[in-house]
Design a protein around this ligand. Structure first.
Ligand code: PHB
Length: 402
């Protein structure tokens, strides 16, 4: 069916007068010359990310990465220029529905890009499920989003929390560690990364002897570090990120634990913080879907372009934002800018092969990246790649029925 018929308009009548043309522009119909009017209307992109608080740097890196992907395409996706709408979600789950509605209801964005914090993502999922808006999640790992809450309009370009720690079980086993303590923030991301690790470690015959939690986003680690010293596990595994990770690494060293009980983690523990922590992170091994020193053409080009544009070194968050732009571009190109053709757009995004700085990846059925998990080691200011800890790791997507 032609777009005009779908809208219930007669084509000639539709093209009479400027009001109709404006309507046609918004609806993305074709002029007789074949030029899509949709190309003239800007694509409304809503960025819902933390720009204050412990995850502020992460939000900035994601934003930078996304904008770099757009700029590399001449500032357009599917032939349409971009209009940005930005909300600082403060990593506050309580404000998530209201903040999401600012973009979805008030600004009427075509696509939402967000967020970092798993608890905030859960609030977004509720609102976006109802509105049907396209959602690309460039970080928050909440397992539910590509699990029981999965939906055709939900996409993720980062990871599930489970994915980031699952390979660590094998890593610890190879080092001969039989017992471990997990320490993290008490919220979905920490709990799910702990569960992913536990599953992987127990499969290898290891034992998680203690789970230690601090409330998010607190950074008072002293009492728990004292407890770790008295438990004396073979290894400690941690999830902290951003400013909290930097503080934890420094406190671990100051408590005299560094060099005594080896510390591991999902790579967020050491990504984007090495400038801030001096030698407190030296030698720490982590698993993550990105690393320094990958030495691929794509990664080198990305790092050069990012450093040039923002006078900063990119990290995993920048990569995830960049890939959110790449995934959206794949969809927009397929429908030539007509984001209203949601079915075709979703189909193209599902089939996309993303040429990422992290290495190529595709989406699983539940719209989560299937990707290599690297083993990295901190050497100076780099999370140097040591090898692949798990090839093409897919989230199990437990409970996804879509
Ligand atoms: C999350 O809340 O899902 C989260 C936050 C920061 C990270 C990773 C995961 O670095």
């Amino acid at each position: 069916m032609h777009e005009n018929e779908k809208l219930g308009y007669d084509r000639r009548e539709f093209l009479r007068g400027s009001t109709a043309i404006a309507g046609a522009t918004a609806a993305g119909v074709l002029l007789p010359t074949g030029i899509s009017l949709a190309q003239q209307a800007k694509l409304k992109v809503g960025l819902m990310l933390p720009y204050t608080g412990t995850y502020a740097q992460l939000g900035v890196a994601i934003t930078n990465g996304f904008k770099l992907a757009v700029e590399e395409r001449g500032g357009k996706l599917g032939g349409r220029e971009i209009e940005y709408f930005t909300v600082d979600d403060e990593s506050n789950p309580a404000k998530a529905p209201e903040n999401t509605n600012k973009l979805v209801q008030r600004d009427k964005v075509d696509v939402v890009i967000g967020t970092v914090h798993s608890g905030v993502a859960m609030g977004m999922a509720k609102v976006i499920r109802e509105s049907g808006t396209l959602w690309i999640n460039p970080n928050a790992g909440a397992d539910e989003v590509t699990g029981p809450l999965c939906a055709p309009n939900f996409f993720r370009t980062s990871f599930s929390n489970w994915q980031t720690t699952h390979a660590l079980g094998k890593v610890l086993k190879a080092k001969g560690h039989k017992t471990a303590v997990f320490i993290t923030w008490k919220y979905a991301a920490g709990e799910q990364m702990m569960a992913g690790f536990k599953e992987g470690f127990e499969k290898e015959g290891g034992k998680l002897t203690k789970e230690l939690y601090v409330p998010f986003p607190q950074v008072e680690f002293q009492a728990l570090l004292t407890e770790i010293a008295s438990i004396k596990p073979d290894a400690v595994v941690a999830f902290f990120a951003g400013g909290g990770a930097a503080k934890f690494l420094k406190d671990y060293q100051a408590a005299g634990l560094k060099g005594k009980i080896p510390l591991y983690g999902s790579g967020f523990l050491t990504d984007g913080v090495l400038e801030a922590v001096g030698d407190a992170a030296e030698g720490i091994e982590t698993t993550l879907h990105y690393a320094d020193g990958l030495d691929t053409k794509k990664d080198k080009a990305f790092r050069l372009a990012y450093a040039k544009a923002f006078k900063l070194q990119p990290d995993v968050y920048a990569v995830q934002g960049y890939d959110a732009g790449q995934l959206l571009a794949a969809g927009m190109d397929a429908v030539k800018g007509n984001i209203g053709d949601k079915a075709a757009m979703i189909k193209a995004m599902e089939a996309a092969k993303i040429d990422s700085p992290r290495g190529p990846w595709t989406l699983s059925k539940s719209h989560n990246p299937v990707q290599d998990m690297y083993l990295r080691k901190v050497v100076g200011k780099e999370n140097k790649v040591q090898g692949v800890a798990w090839k093409a790791l897919a989230d199990p997507a437990r409970g996804c029925k879509a």
